[in-house]
Design a protein around this ligand. Sequence first.
Ligand code: ACO
Length: 435
Amino acid sequence: MSNEAHGSVTMTLDESNKSLSLPLRLGTIGPSVADISKIYGTLGVFTYDPGYGMTASCESKITYIDGDAGILLHRGYPIDQLAEHSSFLEVAYLLLNGELPTAKERHDFEYGVMRHTMLHEQLRRFFDGFRRDAHPMAVLCGVVGALSAFYHDSLDINDPEHRRISAFRLIAKLPTIAAWAYKYTIGQPFMYPRNDLGYAENFLYMMNAVPAEPYKVSPVLARAMDRIFILHADHEQNASTSTVRLAGSTGANPFACIAAGIASLWGPAHGGANEAVLKMLADIGHKDNIPDFIEKVKDKDSHVRLMGFGHRVYKNYDPRAKIMERTCHEVLAELGIKDDPLLDMAMELERIARHDEYFISKKLYPNVDFYSGIILKAMGFPTSMFTVLFAVARTVGWISQWKEMIEDPSQRIGRPRQVYTGSPQRDFTPLDARS
Ligand code: ACO
């Protein structure tokens, strides 16, 4: 539980002059929150917070973000240290269990996850039901939702062992489903997972290999993929995570909840921004056109935005963007791409924007998506797969947040209120009396 009552906020209702003292709850770090849980009972009003931007919907020990300072911590560890020294599966263990694993715990966890990578053979047939031109996010949503029809032995959300196995299954099977969704659209045979490979390595293998010839995954690209997964693993109570928690608060099974999270992530305001960055760079076309483009961005009437810049929470450099930029250089060097016009344009855009008063005054900095599209494009991913990769990585965060919620004794069904602005009560009008 958070620490209670280090001060309070007093709320007074003008009409009745009734007052309520709202206790302040303190987190370990970050601003305190006023507890409004008794507000309706005492004052007879609710609070209004569209988009929940000012509302802490839960207590969590998983991820901390200080958007003003550009800090992102998982279980207290800075994201740059995790990206530098850890691996995706180790970060997955950390998010799920709260501590970094010992060597034995890490081995057992990796072994456990990698033994769940295959899909039930019957699930293969699901893919045949989709059109070949189906968006891979549609396939991901459908197949992940269908997992609950196949793994009945891990659906009891009140059994810790069931929760553990479901987490393993989701983390392990998402790369297989994602790679198969891609293979299906290009008409190539599905590649079965290889459990002797690392997590990201196995994913790249299933994406790029064909049965007709041997395929060796580049260690530099596998490391880059692993790092991209780490950077997207969790981001506290964002839209898709809140969706997973809301769905899970009803007691729905974890596969259904993660399918809901995937649906929420699909929207362009959430998972689709790196695709938009590539489109923007293609539209700009050449470095020489950047000054004109920047002027357009600054003109309010143009409705043009510098994609990959700005963030609802970060009002400073998104710490993940710096690591992405470094990874971008590593990947392009590994692929022998010396002068990438997209990267050149991105760096020039960043340079200009970082010195321009418009962006400085509005605290607009590059976010995680600014460089990730360039990396993924260079690695050969079609843009339709970008959000799918995000979903593969974020599954770890979603399932960790879902597990924390189920294990929280104060957990209740999520049920926001509303301000009703429709018609007051009125009597039914018969059809012949309506004008
Ligand atoms: N380019 C130009 N101007 C911008 C940008 C941008 N990318 N982002 C914000 N602004 C301006 C707005 O015009 C607004 O100006 P005003 O105060 O004069 O009206 C001001 O900055 C505040 O903008 P809001 O939209 O209110 O800021 P908000 O925090 O709601 O938006 C968002 C955050 C949606 C990410 C926004 O910065 C944006 O659209 N960025 C581009 C899209 C993008 O990169 N999204 C990825 C986010 S990261 C992720 O989801 C993983």
